[in-house]
Design a protein around this ligand. Sequence first.
Ligand code: DGY
Length: 314
Amino acid sequence: EVWNPNGKYRVVSTKPMPGTRWINLLIDQDCRVEICTQKKTILSIEDIIALIGDKCDGVIGQLTEDWGETLFSALSRAGGKAFSNMAVGYNNVDVNAANKYGVAVGNTPGVLTETTAELAASLSLAAARRIVEADEFMRAGLYDGWLPNLFVGNLLKGQTVGVIGAGPYGEFLKANGEKPVTWRRAASMDEVLQQADVISLHPVLDKTTYHLVNKERLALMKKEAILINCSRGPVVDEVALVEHLKQNPMFRVGLDVFEDEPYMKPGLADMKNAVVVPHIASASKWTREGMASLAALNVLGKIKGYPLWGDPNR
Ligand code: DGY
């Protein structure tokens, strides 16, 4: 799909993105905007090289793409100056390779915070009150009358929420009547894991946070704790998690992300004490349109010489 075919600067988006504000921002600044409308969800490196072509001033890409040496060298050969990741996380971007090829990198911080916090809160409530199990039960036609013991779960009010990776999520939970304990500010991570009734993971994924939640750390948590992951799948050792869920039926988990995304480790889909959703933490209209606009402004910024949002070199 091509917008403003005679624009001076060629900007490629590897995926359609919500709204038209981001397209208008680019068009207003004399960009030709090309949007890849290929049906397949995850583009290969070859697909992206073909999109970049011989002349490309900037690319807006997605977290499912592996932006390393190959893509940055292709973009630089095409005269590209900027790559904008439409995500706050940039574990899919090799910043050193971008620097090597003189491509500026931006991401989309800020506009996701409340939307992600709301999903973390929704998953906590869904897990605590067994919403998914109860919904399946209703749809299966199994409900034949009120019972005192039917789908009894946990009350979250007044419970302690441990936020790993902090940020503004804790404030959101506090406003909800819960008591956040924040790792780094209030206690050591292991202390937080031991004390918290709900643990919400929000760190960036890097070498230091890979399998941050492993078998040993799961064992530190309360038997009835709820673990929420809206960060990146590999932050949790998912094999150890499945085993822990099997051994501890009162332990619950709400997952937005998976170690081998888009796949789940064997056994996870069978666990009644797991609520699983497909990486939708930032999926509110307001946030996704905001992310798309920031991603467009990042590319424009570089073309026009302004600083980029979230430039890791800044
Ligand atoms: C991000 O931005 O990093 C989220 O995972 C997707 O919105």
